[in-house]
Design a binder for this molecule. Structure first.
Ligand code: FE2
Length: 275
C-alpha cells in the first residue's frame, strides 16, 4: 500500500542519550545520587509525555547513546519498543553505541540511514563515534567527504544535519574535552551550504541552541539524566527527562522547543523560531 504523502509542515521529535541496558532491572550506576537509575522507566515517561503533549508526530529522530550496554539484545529491545510508536524512527550512534550492532538491528520503521527525504526536507545522519572506549567524536576526512557529497546532491532542499557530538564547545571543560575534534572543519563545510538550517546533536545531556558562524546548533537533553550546564566537572542537574520538538516548515524555517517530563500542560513546547 502506498505511504501517505508527507505534509508541508513536519513535526519531529528528538530523543537523545537513552542509555538503555540489556537488562533494565540492573539500573545505571553513574553516581551516588542516581544509583540504580532505570533508563527504561525514564524513556517510557518521555514517550508518555510525548503522546500526551504532541497532537501530531511525523517522525522520531534518535541522536545517539541509545545503549549503555551495546549488545544485540539491547538494540533489538529498542527496535521493538520504538516500532510501537507507529511513526518512522531514524537513529544514529553515540559514543556508547556499537554502530554495527545498531545497523544490524534495523527493521520495520526503525532505521539508521545515511540520509533521508521527509517532505520538503532532507535529513543527513553522521556517525561521529570513535569506539566505545573513546568518548570524543571525530568525523575524519571520509566522514566529511561523505557529508559534502550528500550536500551537493540536493543543494536546494532545506536540510538538517544530525550527529551525536556537538561541533561547538558548550562551556563545560570536561564535556568540551570529549567533543567533536573536527568541529571547526564541519562548521567550515556547512557554512558553504546554506541549505543547512540546523545541526542537531545529543551527547551533552542538556538543551543547547546557539548559532556559530551562521550555523545553528541544537542539542536536546537526555531521556534519562541531565548534566549541569557550565560545570567544570561532571555534575548531574536536578532536571527531569526530556525530549526535543521541531517543526520544520517548507520555507526552511524551524520552530524548536524542549518538553520536560512533568512540565505544566500549558508550557509552550515550541518556543524558538529560527530560519
Ligand atoms: Fe550520553
Amino acid at each position: 500500500m502506498p505511504r501517505p504523502a508527507m505534509p508541508d509542515t513536519l513535526h519531529l521529535i528528538q530523543l537523545s542519550d537513552l542509555h538503555l541496558l540489556e537488562d533494565a532491572a540492573q539500573g545505571v550506576d553513574w553516581c551516588d545520587a542516581c544509583r540504580g537509575l532505570d533508563t527504561d522507566a525514564t524513556l517510557q515517561a518521555v514517550l508518555d509525555e510525548m503522546q500526551l503533549s504532541e497532537p501530531r508526530i511525523d517522525a522520531l529522530v534518535v541522536t545517539g547513546d541509545i545503549a549503555q550496554t551495546p549488545t544485540p539484545a539491547t538494540y533489538r529491545r529498542f527496535r521493538e519498543w520504538l516500532a510501537g510508536e507507529g511513526v518512522p524512527v531514524y537513529c544514529l550512534p553515540g559514543n556508547h553505541d556499537d554502530p554495527a550492532l545498531l545497523c544490524a538491528a534495523e527493521g520495520g520503521p526503525v532505521r539508521a540511514p545515511a540520509s533521508c527525504t521527509l517532505g520538503d526536507w532532507r535529513l543527513i545522519f553522521l556517525d561521529s563515534t570513535c569506539g566505545t572506549d573513546r568518548p570524543h567524536g571525530e568525523l575524519g576526512k571520509a566522514g566529511l567527504a561523505q557529508l559534502a557529497a550528500e550536500l551537493h546532491a540536493a543543494p536546494e532542499r532545506p536540510t538538517l544535519v544530525l550527529l551525536h557530538h556537538p561541533p561547538v564547545p558548550v562551556g563545560s571543560p570536561w564535556l568540551d574535552a570529549i567533543g567533536l575534534r573536527d568541529g571547526a572543519a564541519l562548521l567550515a563545510l556547512l557554512r558553504d551550504h546554506r541549505q543547512v538550517r540546523a545541526v542537531l546533536c545529543g551527547h551533552v545531556h542538556q538543551a543547547l541552541d546557539c548559532t556559530v558562524d551562521g550555523v545553528r546548533v541544537l542539542a536536546a537533553p537526555s531521556t534519562c539524566l541531565q548534566f549541569e550546564p557550565g560545570a567544570a566537572e561532571p555534575r548531574y542537574a536536578t532536571l527531569p527527562p526530556a525530549y526535543g520538538g521541531l517543526t520544520l516548515h517548507a520555507d526552511g524555517g524551524i520552530d524548536t522547543g524542549i518538553r520536560w517530563v512533568g512540565a505544566p500542560a500549558d508550557a509552550p513546547a515550541l518556543a524558538a523560531r529560527g530560519s
